[in-house]
Design a protein around this ligand. Structure first.
Ligand code: NAD
Length: 456
């Protein structure tokens, strides 16, 4: 179907309103849940084909994450949809006041390729429970998953309600020209700016889930072994292609050598002596990214790994040391399996340097010193923080997930997803009586009285 027709047919469906009752929303959430569970194997093979991602990571970080989100919404959506009564103030008395959360209408959800199921379907959960229609645009860079999601979604939902549109940048641009009521975009900061520019032409609200360089700060008092195990897991999972992977490590000089040693041990334990042979280690999504990442390794001191194989788009889990802040690897999001390590001392605290960088999506701090932790959290702007771990804050639907500044705007997950796909609408109800003449002209001394009344 032509992209311009898509919005028309979905708007017509939306206006009929058959999907709006809480019962209908829950039925549709349940359908999505069943679709995922019934097709788990096929979904795993598709992502495996696109990214060489192990089933454990597809199921735990994508399928189960979406199911967890659905279950949370199934439990809570009734309460969220109830309008909230609020008090009248002096000026609006007497009146009854309420806030309803109403759906935007026809929404566009654009996903990224690195978690091609989760990044498309987690926002969809919010769109459904918020009472919207949705056009889903998976990333063309994960073609097997994109094709499968199109097939499964078309079997599960009426396309006038929820549909998948496949295609590349051109299709995306065509979609962005359509009069959607809300755009939810996951991807790079560069394309996020294009999306926002397009949306601005129609004043369409946007949520932008973007990227950035998420630092992991390891203080001298941290449990170094655990820090290394967790950082290596979060960094090298999906070959470093995770939006909230620790991008680089800032470690206190006193803990630096031990951390490097423990990181090396963790990598060997996870992926063996030859990670290229490991079933649990991913590949770089395409040649362009492969070249970009290997170029970033130029003029760095490789402490571990460093091997690559262009034919396979394989880059070994790599640790690089003695990195200068001015090196290109510290200037852009790495989004690959290369982990720079930078030391800091007692004089120059990590906050000083981190505050000068664009706002990261995540901030990780390993320390037992609460005062130090609070100081870093308070002084470094970030989307979300995790203390003594990495990545895990994304797994709790009670927490908002999203960036700030160049890592994005707007939050989702749990109730934040419901809010992301609805807007608050005010309703004030008044009786025709009383109708005092105070507010009507002629005003005479009424302003004097009004001041007395309000500015007591
Ligand atoms: P990307 O921005 O290149 O692509 C995202 C989507 O935008 C794709 O569907 C693509 O078709 C489309 N697109 C690309 N160029 C476009 C253009 N000129 N005009 C319109 N649309 C265009 O991002 P990516 O490579 O798919 O993903 C990697 C980035 O996404 C990283 O920066 C990563 O940090 C970020 N990311 C963020 C999150 C998050 O939750 N915040 C999650 C995953 C990835």
């Amino acid at each position: 179907m032509q992209t311009d027709r898509l919005v028309q047919v979905q708007r017509a469906f939306f206006e009929k309103g058959s999907h709006l009752s809480v019962t209908a929303r829950k039925e549709n959430l349940q359908k999505l849940r069943d679709m995922l569970l019934e097709n788990e194997k096929e979904l795993c093979s598709a992502v495996q084909k696109d990214l060489h991602k192990p089933a454990m990571e597809v199921v735990s970080a994508e399928i189960l994450m979406v199911i967890e989100e659905i279950d949370f919404h199934l439990k809570k959506v009734y309460g969220w949809t109830k309008s909230k009564k609020v008090r009248a103030n002096l000026l609006s008395m007497p009146s009854k006041n309420e806030v309803k959360r109403v759906p935007y209408g026809v929404t566009l959800i654009i996903g990224a390729w690195n978690y091609p199921i989760g990044l498309l379907l987690t926002p969809l959960v919010g769109a459904i429970s918020g009472g919207n229609c949705a056009v889903l645009k998976p990333s063309e860079l994960a073609p097997a998953t994109s094709a499968l999601l199109r097939k499964l979604i078309s079997k599960t939902f009426d396309p006038n309600y929820i549909t998948v549109v496949e295609g590349g940048v051109n299709v995306n641009q065509e979609l962005l020209d359509q009069p959607f009521d809300k755009i939810f975009f996951t991807g790079s900061t560069r394309v996020g700016k294009i999306v926002m520019e397009k949306a601005a032409q129609k004043l369409t609200p946007v949520t932008l889930e973007l990227g950035g360089k998420s630092p992991a700060v390891v203080h001298k008092d941290a449990d170094i072994k655990t820090a290394a195990r967790r950082i290596a897991w979060g960094k090298f999972m999906n070959a470093g292609q995770t939006c909230i992977a620790p991008d680089f490590v800032l470690v206190h000089y006193e803990a630096k050598l031990e951390l490097i040693d423990q990181l090396k041990k963790a990598v060997k334990k996870y992926y063996g002596k030859n990670p290229e042979k490991s079933d649990d280690y991913g590949r770089i999504i395409n040649q362009q990214n492969f070249e970009r990442i290997t170029n970033l390794m130029t003029d760095t001191t490789v402490l571990h790994g460093g091997e690559f194989n262009a034919a396979e788009r394989f880059i070994a889990p790599t640790i690089v040391g003695d990195v200068d802040w001015g090196h290109p690897i510290m200037k852009e999001e790495i989004f690959g399996p290369v982990l720079p390590i930078i030391g800091y001392g007692d004089q120059k605290t990590p906050g000083v340097q981190l505050r000068q960088m664009p706002t990261p999506l995540a901030l990780y701090i390993f320390s037992e010193d609460d005062e130090f932790v609070e100081r870093v959290i308070a002084s470094v702007p970030h989307g979300g923080a995790c203390v003594n771990d990495v990545v895990m804050h994304i797994a709790n639907p009670n927490l908002p997930f999203g960036g700030a500044g160049s890592s994005g705007m707007g939050q989702y997950h749990g109730e934040y997803s419901f809010e992301c796909f609805t807007r608050p609408q005010a309703v004030m109800r008044r009786n025709v009586w009383p109708d005092p003449s105070f507010r009507y002209p002629p005003y005479g001394k009424k302003l004097f009285l009004l001041r007395k009344l309000l500015l007591r």
